[in-house]
Design a protein around this ligand. Sequence first.
Ligand SMILES: *Cc1c(COP(=O)(O)O)cnc(C)c1O
Length: 395
Amino acid sequence: MSDIRIPVFKPYIAADTMEAAFDALRLGWLGMGSYVKEFEQAIATQLGLDQRERQVVAVNTGTSALHLALLVAGVGPGDEVITPALNNIGDFQAIRMVGADPAFCDVEEATLGIDVNKAAELVSPRTKAIIAVDYDGVPCDWDAVHDLAQRRGLRVIHDAAHSFGSRHEGRPIGAFGDVVVFSFDPVKTLTCIDGGALVVSAGDDVERLHRYRLLGMDQKAERMYANARAWTYDVADCGFRYHLANLHAAIGLSQLRRLNEFVVTRRKACRLYNRLLAGCPGLITPQTDFDDVAAFAYYLRVRDGRRERLIAGLRERGIDSGIHWIPGHRFSFFRDCRRGDLSTIDRVADELLTLPLHSFMPPETVAQVADAVRECLTAAAQPAPADFAAVGAGA
Ligand SMILES: *Cc1c(COP(=O)(O)O)cnc(C)c1O
């Protein structure tokens, strides 16, 4: 581990983020407070929300945001939620937290987003909602997802943990849809160290989320946003300790001011990867030019069973890589969940490899990684000595 020189993720923490953290610590109100309000407002502005219609509620992780999203959507014991088997564990566990089960769906090969036709076949009388995800920041087919949901009376939870800053048909991800969820965990494009947020309709859902994140208390959010609290209150609902702390919101705010730089420099790195790796034998690069994409990661598909050797070869050269993800139906805890045809995921999951992608990643570093990938794959493609005769004979 210690000789890894290029990590797969590298959060961008500069002096401004350090200062923001100091400021929040100096304020001394460490729990939910003014920075959380400011962070929610800044996200709403970033997404261009009309807050009479849609509002942002910040929480402490993306997984808690997913849990609360399912509660708000009315998903409960005995229900099923359709989600791609190629998704984060947090999604699967959040479904279980409300007493429901995931129903595993396949993805489309081009985007690795949910295959909506296959999702339609999976809908059962138990199905309450669909969770779809924008793999690596590339929006999935949201029009088709919402269309299916509307026809079958389902709620849609948009896991946008990878796509904060992306656009779909010109609109920021988060500005449309049913319930949208973001994560600001340590490796996400924008980090609060740990943090998350939901975007929901203004009104009742916001009130419920305010209670859910604070142990069910009917503390007025406005009072807490002024760095104060009440000592008399009712517990009016179920609840969890899911609020975002001022420190984390302050860090998130400092990161948000740089979001555009993060998105632009990541986009440049992804385009450079695409260019440098084009035509490399045995590789499939992402089928996008990253135009409207705020890339969370850069992924490859490594064909012909050569992924493990590439991982080892990169590691020898001090370059880390990652796997996103092990599909849900391969975990023992989720093995018995209902599933449709998962042939695309079963083929692609063993090929996927995440390469290093950082905000402000220098082009030389991208080139160094791309060169290493080519080198490893060319070395691996050399036929073993015993094969030479066969190749010669066949030619
Ligand atoms: C990171 C992530 C989550 C979970 O978010 P946390 O903040 O780590 O709890 C959920 N879904 C996806 C797609 C993610 O990438």
